[in-house]
Design a protein. Structure first.
Lengths: 361, 336
């Protein structure tokens, strides 16, 4: 209870699903052999933290930001450029963190102060414009960022796959640097999600929810809404940048496609809404569903597309082509905004007749 | 304040000229920086043409927001759909497009543009009924819904036409430039300017000289009052939404011809540009949108010529500068 900041999942089914997801993630290196399963599990961890930080903005303060991938990208690029430039050592990792995190926070502060000075309605549009400019900048400054190719780099000795920590004959499993990296990603993501849970259940988090419900009234009650919103922005940016660092460490690469592109922003949006806005737990569920679908549904669609084209149906093969999986997720997204705006978590909680589930409007 | 008698005409509202002078001042300030007058003229013509195209695409968005407080993040989809529909007309009549006869070219171009507008407008009807009607008055859900709509529209375009870039050659008689002395102005840019100006004048005439326009302007200022007077503002809004979508389709055709290619991702690229224009102009203001579009195009053209590296972030810098000066855009029309 202390760990969850007094905000348990509040639904037996939800608790069960969460426990299964977390246990499965924790045991992935031993349960599911192969590089793909481990990659998927690491991606779920990173995205769960990233989406939870976005939920702090979207679900708890009701502001739509399109610049979240920018902060994610800043974290990724900071660590990648540091490790690329300084060589594979821990000093470089520290440099990347020390430069990346404050940079993200400062930029979030600047955007927050600037766009909150102007009409609040501009926020989504301004963040979209800033993020797209940043993306162009990152792909053009190729001497620093490697342009479209991005930057590949080596990890410090301890985290490399070649480093055997516990040899196979001890437990029957080999624990190498890759698995250590996975647990690093897993642990830090879990810590960040727990920290976010702490934030949203603190008095500060309550004020954020008050601002979401009625900004004018929150202001009338004497809360400095600009301060709270900017602070929430910076916190979300910090977590997003940390998630970016984890992602780059896992992939040993940072590039526009893996850390900055607009499609990642849409992915995050889909995950938050499908999982459930304003719940934090929704982030874990949304990220799991989405990334599993991204990695395994596509092959299923390929089979369906082939079957449709063999049956000679018009149009369907194109619509079912594996590259068009976003089409179906987009439809799912619209349907879930329409029919269950509280997402999977809200549904599960509501099913138990619990009216206190977060329902942002 | 002097007392007004009942029979006196209403005092004319003060004209706010500063925003209009802004692009003029910017253009004049660029003369010494660019150096050669002929280059300056070419650049200015290019920015005016680009600005007109952006204006056509952005005008619908700003009206929709102003009238009904709806943030449409899927506006870019109408642009892409318009461009794709035009390729449908262009492909079977490739010979007429390449024929060196202005009338034969226009005989293909005009129906293509009209069909694009019709399809985009019809799509606007569907989008308004299906996506926007259920979420009136809820900004957060509007943004989510329309973003979802953008994803679906883009993916459908990919599914129907494939992911490759479709070339869209300019009609033969619109290629090349008018040469005046040592100034070269591309023919197509002149056409784009003329169409843009015509759209601007038409919108202004409808808004300022007809009863329909009066209702729209009244709705922008105070929706409830217009409803209380017995007008069905939802229907009015549907009309504005469809017109805006159709204009976005027209803009899409023009932009595709300008770039001579069509791709579904053009909606992403242009959405950002349009947002910057709409924010600069002040949400809901057609005049502001017009000036904003020209400013954005000028900064892109002059900036691209003088400091190519700066062109990447020039839009953002322009937006920041304008919002520092007027936090609600050049013309703040709505009371929101």
């Amino acid at each position: 209870m202390m760990l969850l900041s007094g905000d348990p999942p509040r639904s037996r089914v939800l608790t069960l699903i969460l426990v299964v997801i977390i246990l499965a993630l924790a045991a992935t290196p031993f349960l599911f052999p192969g590089a793909k399963a481990l990659n998927v599990a690491a991606k779920i961890c990173v995205f769960a933290a990233l989406v939870a930080s976005y939920d702090l903005l979207l679900g708890y303060t009701g502001t739509v930001s399109f610049a979240h991938t920018m902060f994610y990208g800043i974290g990724s690029y900071a660590i990648a450029i540091a490790l690329y430039g300084m060589g594979a050592n821990w000093a470089a990792v520290a440099t990347g963190i020390v430069i990346g995190l404050p940079l993200a926070a400062l930029l979030a502060l600047a955007i927050g102060l600037f766009s909150l000075r102007v009409a609040a309605i501009f926020f989504a549009m301004i963040t979209l414009a800033v993020a797209s400019a940043f993306q162009v900048l990152a792909s053009q400054l190729s001497w620093l960022t490697g342009g479209e190719d991005g930057r590949s780099f080596q990890l410090p000795e301890l985290l490399r796959p070649g480093t055997v920590l516990i040899s196979k004959n001890l437990f029957g499993f080999e624990v190498n640097g890759r698995i250590l990296t996975f647990y690093l990603v897993f642990a830090i993501s879990a810590l960040m999600i727990l920290a976010l849970l702490r934030v949203v259940n603190s008095p500060f988090g309550r004020v954020l929810q008050a601002i979401r419900e009625n900004r004018f009234r929150a202001e009338a009650l004497g809360f400095r809404t600009v301060f709270h919103l900017t602070y929430a922005n910076c916190l979300a940016a910090l977590v997003a940048a940390s998630a970016g660092i984890l992602n780059a460490l896992w992939l040993r690469y940072a590039g526009p496609d893996t850390s900055l592109s607009f499609s990642i922003m849409l992915d995050i949006l889909l995950m938050v809404v499908i999982g459930g806005m304003g719940t934090i737990y929704g982030a874990i569920i949304g990220a799991t569903i989405f990334i599993l679908a991204q990695n395994y549904l596509q092959s299923l669609m390929g089979v369906a597309s082939k079957a449709a084209s063999e049956a000679g149906l018009p149009l369907l093969p194109g619509l079912l082509h594996p590259d068009r999986w976003l089409l179906w997720l987009g439809l799912l997204f619209i349907a879930s905004v329409y029919f269950f705006p509280t997402g999977v978590v809200g549904r599960l909680r509501h099913g138990r007749g619990d009216k206190s589930a977060g329902t942002p409007h | 304040m002097t007392e007004l008698a009942a029979s006196d005409p209403l005092p004319k509202p003060k004209r706010d000229l500063a925003p209009i002078l802004l692009p003029v001042a910017l253009a004049l300030a660029m003369i010494p920086l660019v150096g050669s007058p002929s280059t300056w003229l070419t650049l200015t013509a290019a920015s005016l043409a680009m600005g007109m195209m952006i204006f056509i695409m952005a005008s619908g968005l700003t009206l929709v927001f102003g009238l009904m407080d709806v943030l449409n993040f899927g506006h870019g989809a109408f642009i892409a759909v318009g461009a794709y529909v035009a390729t449908l007309v262009f492909a079977p009549f490739a010979a007429s497009v390449q024929a060196d006869s202005l009338w034969l070219n226009l005989a293909v171009l005009a129906p293509a543009a009209l069909l694009s507008m019709a399809v985009s407008g019809a799509l606007g009807l569907v989008v308004e009924r299906v996506l926007i009607l259920p979420v009136y008055g809820q900004h957060l859900k509007q943004i989510l819904m329309t973003t979802g709509g953008l994803i679906v529209a883009e993916q459908t375009l990919y599914a129907l036409w494939g992911p490759q870039i479709i070339p869209m050659p300019l009609p033969a008689s619109l290629r090349g430039s008018f040469i005046l002395g040592d100034v070269a102005i591309a023919k197509y840019r002149v056409l784009a300017m003329l169409i843009g100006l015509a759209v601007f004048v038409a919108i202004q005439l409808v808004l300022n000289r007809t009863k329909l326009g009066l209702l729209i302007r009244a709705g922008v200022e105070n929706r409830e009052m217009v409803e209380a007077l017995g007008y069905r503002i939802r229907r009015l809004f549907l009309g504005v939404f469809m017109t805006g979508s159709a204009l976005a389709g027209l803009g899409g055709v023009m932009w595709a011809l300008y770039r001579e290619q069509v791709h579904a991702s053009m909606s992403d690229e242009l959405t950002v540009l349009i947002f910057v224009v709409v924010i600069i102009g002040g949400l809901g203001s057609i005049g502001g949108c017009f000036i904003g579009a020209i400013l954005v195009a000028m900064v892109a053209n002059y900036g691209g010529f003088l400091v190519p590296k700066l062109a990447l972030v020039s839009n953002i810098l322009l937006m920041v500068a304008v919002l520092m000066w007027r936090p609600r855009g050049l013309y703040a029309v709505t009371s929101r």
